[in-house]
Design a binder for this molecule. Structure first.
Ligand SMILES: [Mg+2]
Ligand SMILES: [Zn+2]
Length: 219
């Protein structure tokens, strides 16, 4: 790595919760939320395979995640570290190595404004500089509008993870990370209207829907 590298590398920036791992349904709030403990952390189906395919194709992998639960008093730093270690360990068992993992631990209501919370492109821009990445060949994948805004501000293309085809400014939409990886790796198939119709009907297929629902924690 470093100065003698011939060309800037492409990268994939990944939101974590709802993309790499399943969100957890919280009955108290009625919403899908980040895991609070390592025991609650589980990789999303196909996620390790997706990341392995991207890595094998030469993409450097970075996680960019807002983790406000410590600021909110809902998670300890120890729990957040244990979740991070479990993610790296489980990905490593599929030979997936993350080049960088960036967490914003702030929340404006609890810790005041910060530079790094998505939709700020702070972390992707830092990685682009540090690792000499090529934004034009890089991607951001996330399941929230803020992920897409972050990617666009960083000058990379974007994929919105959603089981429904609703309004998004993202370049592409995919029901899960594995489909997103295949869209990145098979660019000849990604932009034709015919293919968009195929993925739309696939989403209405009950089997594919139950697979996708892992990512929205089934509600
Ligand atoms: Mg998310
Ligand atoms: Zn921050």
């Amino acid at each position: 790595m470093g100065a003698n590298r011939a060309a800037p590398w492409p990268a994939v920036f990944l939101d974590r919760d709802g993309v790499i791992n399943r969100n957890i349904f919280n009955p108290a709030t009625g919403s899908c939320e980040a895991p609070l403990t390592a025991a609650e952390f589980a990789l999303a189906p196909g996620a390790a395979q997706a990341l392995h395919q991207l890595q094998s194709a030469g993409y450097l992998l970075f996680v960019v995640s807002n983790q406000p639960n410590y600021a909110k008093g809902k998670s300890s730093l120890k729990d957040l570290a244990a979740i991070d270690q479990k993610m790296r360990r489980e990905l490593a068992s599929s030979d997936v190595v993350l080049s960088g993992v960036y967490y914003c631990l702030h929340h404006p209501e609890y810790t005041g404004p910060c530079a790094c919370r998505k939709p700020s492109p702070y972390f992707p821009l830092r990685a682009i500089r540090k690792f000499r990445l090529d934004p034009k060949r890089s991607w951001m994948i996330g399941d929230r509008k803020t992920d897409i805004l972050c990617g666009r501000s960083a000058g990379v293309r974007t994929i919105f993870i959603s089981e429904d085809l609703h309004d998004t400014d993202a370049d592409l939409t995919a029901p899960n990370l594995l489909v997103a990886a295949n869209q990145i790796l098979a660019p000849q198939q990604q932009s034709s209207p015919a293919n968009a119709r195929v993925s739309s009907s696939t989403l209405r297929n009950p089997d594919s829907r139950s697979f996708a629902s892992y990512h929205s924690c089934g509600v």
